[in-house]
Design a protein around this ligand. Sequence first.
Ligand code: ZN
Length: 197
Amino acid sequence: MKSLPNSAKKLIQEFSNLPGIGKKTAQRLTFYILQIEEEKVSSLSKALLDVKEKILNCNVCNGITEDKVCSICTDPNRDCNIICVVENSYDIIVFEKTNGFNGIYHVLGGTLSPLDGIGPDDLNIQSLLERIDDGMEVILATNSNVEGETTALYLTKILSDKGISLSRLARGIPIGSDLGYIDSATLVRAMEGRTSV
Ligand code: ZN
């Protein structure tokens, strides 16, 4: 590494900071960037800046959008009486890939984590309460790790007297796993077999 120019070292470092990218992959990506045409590199760096500049949180579900309200919330063919509550906007993509859910979403923006000082006021819980109406179905689709379970328990407690049908994703999803790593078939089964809480 000592022999590398500083700018290459810096890029390797930046790539290694990304999730799922180890030192070796970071080095390979850096050398790939060095080989390709400058035009392609400009296009890549523009795409990186564009997502930061253009993407907002949907005013309704907090998912990602370039408009005030996202394409799922404005879709007249979606069932607005079923809200699937997820931790992050990435989870929406995971569910959408399954083609097995036709309701709408609510993104919490994280999970409760007392040890890290993250309480109910730090998550989009108030806006969830404002969306809920009598007779709706709410599916708690937080991850099955400690933080996800803690959050689901908390939501169960504050939602149980709201006159809604409340369910949690069925097991079949390995304990401690992240929804992003679950295959679509398992996720669809978990959705179909959700249990009332
Ligand atoms: Zn939305």
